[in-house]
Design a protein around this ligand. Structure first.
Ligand code: GLU
Length: 466
């Protein structure tokens, strides 16, 4: 059984990188009729907040990434919140202690800083020096009796290489000599992320872990922990880090990054999903807006690129426009009514056909329903007039009034053109004052389209205003 997981730390909003990780794991599980687990990694008690965990669920739900097991729903491998699994971690830490796979380390932060400084000076890669690895039982007891609280480090093999068979990058060799003994339990007793995630992945029978490149080395360390405990290790696949337009690590400076922010700006889940899926992965036809099922069908790890994708909002906008068009005008109409309940009656009194034609015309240039609403300001009430009104206007009003056919843009267009020609008026000379009377704005969609959508009575009333 394929089992994947998304294991965020609730220390902030779900951001683009995290959402892509969640999406890829979800896609991979679905593709193989597997299970997708949500685990909350809150062992960093100082930075973790319950409210962030709640918002993470909401954002995942909004993205429609359904989970088979999660903290609220439970499942056969629970609990799914790490702070509720402390007894499990203690049990396995004891096994590691009994096996002498880990050892207590009493080095002070100052000592560690000095060691690091020295290594850098020698041109060596900084790593734990191994200072406490050879302490005798007597020395350890003395330190403990004198009140020192150790952290516990994993004793990494001193020689040899570790080969990580990565699902995206292929085989990568790591030299043990370059890997320092890492902490699995902090001096306050809490397990580190390296330990808790390694245990949980094994105990929750996670078969595949897809995550960012920054975790490559963690996969080595976590496999070491799992092997020391004779636990199974998942297969790992690391996807390249998303960078900003400046090719640097994403940061607040480089623009919006949280799913919540895009959501609040009116982006649709399917456009965000489409966008996220293309950050490192390319579907067969990269310009098609794929449905959830099509995405699942097409997704494969073999098509993940190893170079960093750039977070470019223009691409997200491209998908958003596709998604808006795909949802259609009837959906847009309902959204507008929902966004502006005070305008609902005004909308609903209008004739649907010409109103929908106008909405179609406007929405092509808009990113979200609220953008559409903004550009419909004139529709609800025209701005005040600040220019003189030409003497021929009452005549145009009469001509329009005499239209006996259906009040639709083609007929209005023909009628206006005929009048313009007869009068010998130039384009702008004729249409500009009409537009100002009708909407109060300098620019906008084609006038006949606007008039048709407003309806005959409203159009004539506006043209007759002074
Ligand atoms: N809690 C870790 C994070 O949010 C999870 C990393 C992982 O996928 O193992 O970075």
């Amino acid at each position: 059984m394929i089992r994947t997981r998304f294991a965020p730390s609730p220390t902030g909003f779900l951001h683009i990188g995290g959402a892509r990780t969640a999406l890829f794991n979800w896609l991979f599980a679905k593709k193989h009729s597997g299970q997708f687990v949500l685990r909350i990694e809150d062992t960093d008690q100082e930075r973790s907040q319950e409210s962030y965990a709640r918002m993470l669920y909401e954002d995942m739900e909004w993205l429609e990434l359904d989970t088979d097991e999660n903290p609220a729903k439970g499942g056969s491998y629970g609990p799914y919140t790490q702070s509720h699994r402390m007894d499990i971690y203690s049990r396995y830490l004891q096994i590691l202690k009994d096996k002498e796979a880990i050892y207590p380390c009493f080095c002070s932060p100052k000592q560690l800083r000095e060691d690091r400084h020295f290594q850098l000076e020698q041109g060596l890669p900084p790593r734990y020096s191994g200072r406490c690895r050879c302490l005798s039982e007597k020395e350890i007891q003395e330190k403990i009796l004198s009140g020192e609280k150790p952290c516990w480090r994993f004793a990494v093999p001193e020689k040899g290489v570790f080969i990580l068979d990565d699902l995206v990058h292929g085989k990568i060799e790591y030299n043990y000599e370059e890997i320092g003994d890492f902490i699995v339990q902090r001096s306050d007793g809490w397990p580190t992320y390296l330990l808790s995630a390694a245990l949980d992945d094994a105990l929750m029978e996670i078969s595949h872990v897809i995550r960012g490149d920054e975790h490559l080395i963690n996969s080595v360390l976590q496999t070491l922990i799992q092997e020391a405990l004779d636990l199974p290790s998942p297969r790992y696949g690391h996807v390249p880090m998303i960078v900003g337009m400046d090719r640097q690590k994403l940061s607040k400076r480089t623009g919006a990054q949280s799913v919540r922010e895009y959501r609040e700006r009116g982006f649709l889940p399917e456009s965000l999903r489409a966008y996220l899926s293309t950050l490192s992965w390319t579907p067969e036809n990269p310009l098609n807006l794929l449905s959830k099922d099509e995405l699942i069908e097409e997704f494969s790890l073999s098509r993940i690129a190893t170079s960093s994708p750039v977070h470019d909002e223009a691409h997200l906008e491209f998908w958003q426009k596709k998604a808006m068009a795909h949802r259609g005008t009837s959906w847009l109409f309902d959204e507008l009514c929902h966004l502006a309940p005070d305008k609902e009656t005004f909308f609903r009194e209008k004739d649907r056909k010409p109103l929908f034609l106008l909405l179609e015309d406007i929405s092509g240039a808009c990113l979200t329903p609220s953008d559409v609403l903004k550009s419909l300001k004139w529709f609800f009430s025209p701005s005040a007039l600040s220019v003189p009104i030409p003497e021929w206007i009452p005549e145009v009003v009469r001509v329009l009034e005499n239209i006996n056919d259906t009040w639709e843009s083609e007929i209005i267009n023909k009628t206006l053109r005929t009048y313009q020609k007869e009068k010998g008026l130039k384009g702008r000379e004729f249409y500009h004052p009409l537009r100002l009377l009708l909407t109060g704005e300098e620019q906008g969609p084609a006038l006949p389209l606007e008039m048709a959508a407003l309806g005959k009575t409203e159009t004539l009333l506006r043209l007759a205003r002074r």
